[in-house]
Design a protein around this ligand. Structure first.
Ligand SMILES: [Zn+2]
Length: 391
């Protein structure tokens, strides 16, 4: 429990002209307004600077506002802690080196701002990141930005796989490569770049193509320890996400995918047993989107694949950074996220955020009750592959 409660600096409050106490720095989704007609909540919030214990705070509030009981004051501290607005000035020092504390001294306050899980110190989230083991498939645009962001953020272990070599046309949006890398294996160049970015992170990259669901399962099972998370940032072969969904359902591995289709950049978050799987989310999107197709018309006419890949550093970067955000969210809990969701940004309509959520579908061929632990590969194969790209 809290010893010396302190309002998180990023949630610092003020008293508005209508008398409410406002916490969370006026950010939608985090900020709150608390009714305070008698003014005692503000007395409490203002006194929570980490110098007083809970009994001392209660005494101070009850002294200034005799109508307030000690239980009310202590209850308000507990409620503000449960809502994620407080930390403990007496929390133990983080189990991180001085160098790590300096390196992550700007990132931890943002996690603290986003976080609404009651915890005594935000540094616990950085410790969670350092303990985490992440497998990333595909080191193109999406995967490159995701890998860079995770290595910069201090994940403990990152293993990446990609079969390709660097080409000149990759350089408009793939951040891990330089002109000198043209012709080189992406895995080799990426490993060099990522290790140079943060030598505290254990990074390994290997040249490898995923050719079936067995390959995803093999990657998941071939680490020294189980992976906390898989990031699917490849778009070839076209069935690769379906295979990943299957392998992750079977092994119980949480996973994130990301990509773009023209100006629409997205990431999806899937946790076996909680919310819809990739197949559930995808099916619900197909049902929602009325393409107006005539009977027998191939859905591919509505969104044909091109031999070239329309993408800039902006769209690749956005999809990769959405993947990194989803990964950090799953690894730290900040902010809380309900899985079975695909979210993103449409650069062609910034006023219309992309958000697609699906509960687990009972008839889903991958995770539905009929599917059981054994996945109906035939039913899955009859469905269309994903049409997003990531390179
Ligand atoms: Zn499903």
């Amino acid at each position: 429990m809290l010893v010396r409660p302190r309002v998180k600096p990023e949630h610092s409050g003020y008293r508005a002209k209508d008398g409410t106490v406002r916490l969370g720095s006026v950010v939608y989704g985090i900020g709150v307004e608390i009714e305070d007609p008698d003014g005692w909540v503000w007395t409490l919030v203002d006194a929570m600077d980490g110098t007083r214990t809970v009994p001392e705070l209660a005494e101070l509030v009850c002294g200034a506002h005799p109508q307030v009981s000690v239980a009310d004051a202590a209850g308000a501290v507990a409620a503000l802690y449960e809502a994620g607005h407080l930390e403990d000035a007496d929390a133990p020092a983080p189990d991180l080196t001085a160098r790590e504390q300096e390196r992550y001294s700007r990132g931890v306050p943002l996690l603290r701002w986003l976080d609404r899980t009651p915890r005594r110190s935000a540094w616990q989230m950085q410790e969670d990141l350092r303990r985490s083991r992440v497998l990333l498939v595909g080191l193109g645009g999406t995967g490159g930005y995701a890998a860079q962001a995770l290595v910069a953020s201090g994940v403990g272990h990152l293993r990446c796989v990609d079969p390709d070599t660097v080409g000149l046309s990759n350089l408009n949006r793939q951040p891990l490569y330089r002109e000198r890398d043209i012709g080189r294996s992406k895995a080799e160049a990426a490993e060099e770049d990522l290790r140079a970015l943060n030598s505290d992170v254990e990074v390994t990259c290997e040249r490898r193509l995923v050719e079936g669901p067995g390959d995803v399962a093999d990657l998941l099972g071939s680490g020294a320890e189980p992976y906390d998370l898989l990031l699917m940032c490849a778009d070839e072969p076209p069935e690769v996400r379906r295979w990943t969904n299957q392998a992750c359902l079977e092994s119980g591995t949480r996973w994130v995918d990301g990509g773009y289709r023209g100006p629409v950049t997205t990431a999806g978050v899937y946790v076996p047993g909680t919310g819809g799987c990739w197949e559930c989310v995808r099916t619900s999107e197909i049902n929602r989107r009325d393409l107006g197709l005539a009977p027998g018309q191939d859905p591919a006419v509505a969104s044909p694949r091109r031999p070239w890949n329309p993408v800039t550093a902006v769209t690749a970067g956005m999809s990769g950074l959405l993947v990194a955000h989803a990964a950090i969210t799953l690894l730290t809990g900040a902010p809380p996220l309900e899985p079975g969701v695909m979210f993103g940004i449409n650069l062609g309509a910034l006023d219309d955020p992309v958000l697609l959520r699906s509960p687990r579908q009972p008839d889903c061929p991958a995770c539905g009750t009929g599917a059981g632990p054994a996945v109906d590969a035939g039913a899955i194969a009859r469905q269309r592959p994903d049409d997003r790209t990531t390179g």
